[in-house]
Ligand binder design. Structure first.
Ligand code: FE
Ligand code: CA
Length: 558
């Protein structure tokens, strides 16, 4: 095996469910995915009842139509008195032959027990995948547990699908049928791909307003949607339909489930979930503001923080169509992962929260570098040593036209004189940032794009060696998403000399998302902003368009 093959194998081992399926095949249990089966090098997942998958008809090319009568009956909904699909459906983490299909059974959004009105009884659902919207050609179906232990969440690995293909899916239980979602497998790993369109977004503080960007995302019909963190915020409050039914910040799994339900009840969000597969990572607010690994934001909240983080991680896993095992016994959750889109692009999805060093010098906005010797600590890490090594190896093995890092916080230096805007960002981890840029440089990659959330501001900037603002070799390009609804910083960018900061674009004021169209020659980025988040819908428009040409480093505003 060549070292490149070894690296590739190492990467694909991150796709845990695939490995599980392989092990299941070895064990003679067919293709059934048994989450409870684990190999010696896996973190011990919590046991989960067995799921089954069935191929209906002759596969995706079959022209035979399949009626519902041909299918296995939907599992009983005994004890479920009303529509359990209040949170809609979603799909995610696509591969060439598989997509994770998600829902979470809930009949009561504010149920303080955390069981969503369903009680602590385990259930199961039937899932169906069709090549058409009307489900006349169902090509796969199976039953998947909706266990009380996991908040009646469903993660069905619909596999054996055709590459680079749109599908429709839904769930059924008793007489209840879920809304229909649309999803898409990725092209085969070695497929030449003409174009990929995707949206990326972050930061949707529910209590701040409506998510008016999503109807435009739906209208775009992207191949993929990436979410880069702050999908929820831990804050109660809000009024009317934006109200969070919690009296205090969440602490238990039940609290976090109620919080997720308050977010995921939103019709605009559900429509976006149902339009394309999502790939999701997290930032701080999925637990609490500016936490770092096991350290709470404030020292007075440290007692109980470990248990709070375990609860938040479990609720995160339950709430997303994510191709990872449930939290390990110690509560950790391996979120960083990799996927590719033919030979056009490969994505490293990073976790800059779970393994990071605590922020330096009291985590103050506007830290003066001169007063903060800790900044120079070479031990400080953003990704943790294991993930850092995994990324460096992966970058060395990267062979698609575009290499993408999908992550949380701003890499570009935002420093005024000696004053660091925000030490929670990579600016507070300069040694780690140097290692990151160096690993890109050492890999000899030309077309590297870093996708970022967190800051509630749209932006585009070249990243240079060795982290200079406007000089030095360009090693990567950073694109930053505005918040979906989290508040920005007003019009401070207006009148700012962007070029002096090495920024190709900045908008600190508006809400929106980023739309990317990627071809072998050009990466085109449109920063889409909405007029308002005060109402459920609002016009959206392109605020700026920037372009990166493959093989020619540097972002150009067009
Ligand atoms: Fe945020
Ligand atoms: Ca954040």
């Amino acid at each position: 095996m060549t070292s490149e093959e070894e690296l590739r194998r190492d990467l694909s081992q991150r796709v845990l469910l695939h490995r599980r399926r392989f092990l299941a095949l070895l064990a003679g249990t067919g293709g059934a995915v048994v989450l409870g089966a684990c190999s010696s090098d896996d973190p011990a997942p919590k046991p989960k009842p067995e799921a089954t998958t069935t191929t209906t008809g002759a596969g995706p090319t079959s022209t035979t139509s399949t009626t519902l009568a041909d299918l296995a009956e939907a599992p009983s909904a005994k004890g479920i008195e009303s529509d359990p699909f209040l949170l809609g459906v979603a799909s995610g983490d696509p591969l060439p032959d598989s997509v994770i299909l998600w829902t979470r059974l809930t009949t009561d959004l504010a149920d303080p027990t955390g069981f969503g009105g369903i009680g602590d009884t385990d259930h199961a659902v039937l899932w169906e995948v069709s090549t058409d919207e009307d489900f006349t050609d169902i090509v796969k179906h199976g039953t998947e547990p909706a266990a009380a232990e996991f908040g009646h969440s469903v993660h069905a690995d619909a596999h054996g699908l055709e590459a680079d293909t749109w599908y429709w899916y839904r769930f059924r239980i008793g007489d209840h049928t879920s809304p229909v979602g649309k999803t898409r497998t990725t092209p085969k790993d070695d497929a030449s791909v003409d174009e990929l369109t995707f949206a990326f977004a972050s930061c949707q503080l529910r209590t701040a307003g409506h998510w008016t960007a999503y109807p435009q995302v739906v209208a775009d019909e992207p191949d993929l949607i990436l979410f880069l963190g702050d999908y929820i915020y831990e804050y109660p409050g809000g009024t009317g339909e934006l109200a969070i039914p919690l009296k205090a910040e969440p602490v238990t799994v039940a609290d976090y489930r109620v919080l997720y339900a308050a977010y995921q009840r939103d019709a605009n969000l559900q429509a976006a979930h149902a339009i394309a597969p999502w790939v999701i990572t997290w930032d701080d607010h999925e637990v609490e503001n500016n936490y770092a690994a096991g350290t709470a934001e404030k020292a007075e909240d440290q007692a109980g923080f470990e248990a709070r983080r375990v609860a938040a991680y479990q609720a995160f896993w339950e709430s997303h169509p994510i191709r990872i095992d449930p939290p390990a016994e110690d509560g950790s959750l391996e979120v960083y992962r990799w996927f590719r889109y033919g030979t056009l692009a490969e994505f490293f999805v990073l976790d800059g929260r779970q393994y990071r060093s605590d922020q330096v010098c009291g985590d103050q906005v506007g830290t003066n570098a001169k007063d903060c010797p800790d900044l120079a600590n070479p031990e400080h890490t953003m990704l943790g040593p294991e993930q850092e090594q995994w990324l460096a190896k992966g970058l060395k093995a990267a062979d698609a036209t575009w290499t993408v890092l999908a992550q949380q916080t701003v890499v570009k230096s935002l420093v005024l004189g000696d004053v660091i805007l925000n030490v929670d960002q990579w600016d507070g981890y300069p040694a780690a940032r140097s290692r990151l840029l160096d690993s890109i440089y050492q890999a000899g990659l030309q077309n590297v794009v870093v996708l970022t959330g967190d800051i509630h501001a749209g932006g585009a900037a070249d990243l240079r060696m060795p982290n200079a603002t406007t000089e030095g070799e360009i090693v990567a390009h950073e694109l930053v998403a505005p918040g979906i609804s989290s508040p920005g910083f007003g019009d401070i960018a207006k009148g700012l000399d962007l070029a002096a900061f090495g920024l190709a674009y900045a908008n600190f004021e508006d809400n929106g998302y980023v739309r990317c169209t990627v071809t072998r020659d050009t990466w085109t980025t449109e920063f889409v902003i909405v007029d308002s988040i005060a109402t459920e819908t609002s016009p959206a428009s392109v605020d700026a368009t920037v372009e990166i040409k493959a093989g020619t480093p540097g972002i150009t505003r067009i």
